[in-house]
Design a protein. Sequence first.
Length: 166
Amino acid sequence: MFELTLVRHGNALAASNGTLGDAGRVLSPKGRAMVRQGARALTERGVRFDCAWSSPLPRAVQTAELLLAGIGDEVVLEVYEDLTPEGSAGEVLARLAELPEESHLLIVSHEPLAGRLASVLKGEPGMGLHTAEIRHFHLASAEPSGGKLVWRWLTSGLGQESQGGR
């Protein structure tokens, strides 16, 4: 069985008037706290990753690094341009086929891409992820169809969790 943990980056500071704009946004203190809480939720579930992919945007890389450090996982973080908000779900999912069947992958991305990925994986249109939301899928193989959403964790403020197959 293939496992995929999909995460939307934590809450980020507003775009500055500098030259980086949205692409340069970093996690806010609240976003860092949300991600650390998400790492605790992953630790409580015994989650470990074989590989980790992130968008190159700072807020996503910071989220991935905090999650991996928080669970004590030393997997190398791979950064892919197609995990930006405008990325192609098809390209990301095609890369899954290159992974071993028993892999557990972490993907940290943005909306609307994260929602499109979740929609394809679950076979349910119109899904979206809140900031710092974590969705954990089981797939029969690295093929994207027929995924089962096993649990999800989210915070809207700190400390609110939702689990189950929704």
